[in-house]
Design a binder for this molecule. Structure first.
Ligand code: ARG
Length: 279
């Protein structure tokens, strides 16, 4: 029988999809000619927030800005570890104005914000995994930003190269199941084929017990999940992955964000985790 999993209460920052839409194409999922059902998107997003709250997590919101349809993807705005905020510098000019309203929110909440010097899309590509930070590059965040993040946080940053345009952010191909805070090395789930051969080998060395997902689960946004150490908020179509996680003692909590998949985002993309210093 697997060990009982222990959840930890989290603080999440999200942005209401009031102005969400697909108006430009900066990844292969986006089709500006395919309509988004904005009412459905709002309902799906509210169900995500309610699900976090009913599992004991704190959810805070940043006010959406008209004309910034991707601002709902809060994960991209920053990486916050031990109360240090590493802000964003978006690759696409269309998304660059998003950094400022998030920065204003962080400052208002009492945080200082570091401005990255090169392209960096927050938790989309920088994924804290306990003692180190896993960092994606290839489509958006640069290696220079990885080095800058290592210097900023004083934590080892492990650079991983993404090779499949459908998995353009690290958080579309990998998520942290357990960050090792309760002891042990932690664990992740990922889709190996999204990574270069060398990066696959790195992941296999760091995480010999990792859950390797299929392309089907990855294309269903199954790896764009959020785990609190026990509950895994996951796309309902990623059934194979959810079954395997259940077999390991995790509790899959299905949350359908299908309208957001049209923009290339899912549950994790809509969620920024604010990690403060652990007392
Ligand atoms: N349309 C957005 C983009 O391409 C989606 C961002 C999804 N966010 C994420 N963390 N993967 O930038």
């Amino acid at each position: 029988m697997p060990d009982p999993r222990v959840p930890r209460r989290r603080r999440y920052l999200v942005c209401e999809p009031r102005h969400f839409d697909v108006q430009y194409a900066i990844n292969p999922w986006m089709r500006p000619d395919a309509p988004v059902d904005t009412g459905l998107a709002q309902a799906q997003w509210r169900a995500l927030v309610e699900s976090y709250e009913s599992h004991g997590h704190t959810v805070e919101t940043v006010a959406p800005v008209p004309g910034l349809p991707d601002m709902v993807f809060a994960a991209n705005s920053a990486l916050v570890v031990e109360g240090r905020v590493f802000g964003s510098l978006f690759h696409a000019p269309e998304r660059r104005p998003e950094s400022l309203p998030y920065e204003t929110w962080f400052k208002g909440a009492g945080f200082e914000v570091h401005h990255p010097e090169s392209v960096c899309e927050g938790e989309g590509d920088l994924v804290p995994a306990g003692r180190w930070i896993l960092a994606g590059t290839g489509f958006r965040t640069t290696r220079e930003a990885h080095r800058e993040a290592q210097e900023h946080f004083g934590m080892p940053v492990v650079s991983l190269t993404l090779v499949d345009p459908y998995f353009y952010h690290l958080d579309t191909a990998l998520f942290v199941l357990d960050d090792g805070a309760q002891g042990g090395d932690g664990n992740i789930a990922y889709y190996p084929e999204a990574f270069s051969p060398g990066s696959r080998e790195v992941l296999a060395r760091l995480y010999p017990r990792a859950v390797r997902a299929t392309r089907e689960d990855a294309m269903a946004f199954g790896l764009n999940s959020v785990s609190d150490g026990k509950h895994v908020f996951i796309a309902p179509e990623a059934t194979g992955l959810a079954d395997r996680l259940a077999g390991l003692g995790y509790v899959p909590v299905p949350v359908d964000l299908s309208e957001f998949h049209k923009a290339g985002g899912g549950i994790k993309c809509c969620t920024q985790e604010i990690r403060e210093i652990r007392s």
